[in-house]
Design a protein around this ligand. Structure first.
Ligand code: 5AD
Ligand code: FES
Length: 359
């Protein structure tokens, strides 16, 4: 068997190597974390970039088995934030020198929805003289829609593959017209062709998921040459069908630890990409995102969703910052990032270095 330190010293990793890294405990885990921290600092530097997150609507046509805002969850109070509230949140981001904003919603494909996102993108560009970067996270759409939003000024797109293992994907996304693994892969391809910086990611600690599946996820991220990754622990939600399988999942602490090892391992595998410290980490450990920043992540998404709606955008249990407003979130994050020994890249887009190299 290879020595752990020899694996760490490599630039490329086999599936077996990745499994070893993902299972590291004790001194090996400490070595993994310090190697990833050093790699991060050497390749992307110490800065952490903010992306102000605006969850502008929780309407969703899909029925992912794990997600709290799935179409069939009738307990959810559905909302659509008003344009002026969304734009006010973006203005806050601009005035506070956040590099960019992320507009996120459930997945809809009506003409109304497509027009509205387009309108919002143009308005955000206008209010910031083109200065604010715009990331969209609005699900699977047609090439025409992706092209249109890109022309209007969006330049990054987040669409998680959730799991790159087809069988697992199909287990957690009932196989009907609404969910198709092929379609999701195709969307990731289209986004890249349209010129977006593309972000994807997976959930960690899902029922039925093995460490090998996670190693395959990392290899998948590398194979599609992504620019940005957001991945966090799966967190059960009582009002979803996957809750029934909670006896199969690891403890919250174990899922959290595994998520940190995924982040550190990904930093070694793809040193120049942007990696977000997922909010779901904070649902398990109050300092979760800062811990991820220490060992490899370089992006944080402070929540700018108007506070009245936050409680209705609960994808999972214990989602943090439900009662805070944008100002409180920023101040709290600033202090936390400093504690993590990093600085915030105010006023910069903080594009993925990987994207800059490949374009
Ligand atoms: N636990 C953790 N993450 C979740 N997401 C949705 N539901 C859950 C859950 N129960 C994640 C998905 C989605 C992103 C917006 O939130 O990965 O892509
Ligand atoms: Fe809305 Fe999955 S439940 S996209």
């Amino acid at each position: 068997m290879k020595k752990f330190e020899d694996i760490l010293a490599q630039n490329d990793f086999s599936r077996d190597d990745l499994v070893r890294l993902l299972e590291a405990e004790g001194a090996e885990r400490t070595a993994l974390f310090s190697a990833a921290a050093a790699r991060k600092e050497a390749v992307v530097g110490k800065k952490v970039y903010f992306r102000g997150l605006v969850e502008f609507s929780n309407e969703c046509s899909k029925d992912c088995l794990y997600c709290g805002i799935r179409h069939s969850n009738s307990k959810v109070v559905r909302y659509e934030a008003a344009d002026e509230d969304i734009l006010a949140a973006c203005r806050f981001a601009w005035e506070n020198k956040f590099g960019s904003v992320v507009l996120q919603s459930g997945e809809l494909s009506s003409t109304n929805f497509i027009n509205r996102v387009d309108y919002l993108v143009k308005q955000i560009k206008a209010l910031s003289n083109g200065g604010l970067g715009i990331t969209l996270s609005c699900g699977e759409q047609t090439r025409e829609t992706y092209e249109r939003w890109f022309e209007s000024g969006a330049h990054r797109y987040l669409l998680r593959i959730e799991s790159s293992t087809r069988e697992l994907y199909q287990k957690i996304h009932p196989n009907n017209d609404h969910h198709s693994f092929e379609k999701r892969l195709e969307c990731l391809r289209l986004l890249k062709e349209c010129g977006y910086q593309v972000g994807t990611g997976v959930m960690i600690g899902l029922p039925f998921q093995t460490t090998e599946n996670l190693a395959d996820d990392l290899l998948f991220l590398k194979s599609i040459d992504v620019d940005m990754v957001g991945m966090g622990p799966y967190i059960e939600h009582e009002d979803t069908p996957l809750y029934e399988f909670r006896h199969l999942i690891k403890s919250k602490q174990e899922r959290f630890d595994l998520a940190l090892r995924m982040v550190a391992t990904l930093r070694l595998l793809m040193p120049d990409i942007n990696i977000a410290a997922a909010t779901a980490l904070q649902a398990i450990d109050p300092a979760g995102r800062e811990k991820a920043v220490k060992i490899g992540a370089n992006i944080i998404m402070p929540n700018l969703t108007p506070s009245a709606f936050r409680k209705d955008y609960q994808l999972y249990e214990d989602k943090p910052c439900l009662d805070e407003d944008a100002d409180q979130c920023r101040n709290c994050l600033e202090a936390r990032i400093e504690l993590a020994g990093s600085e915030i890249g105010y006023g910069e887009w903080g594009d993925s270095k990987h994207f800059e190299r490949r374009k």
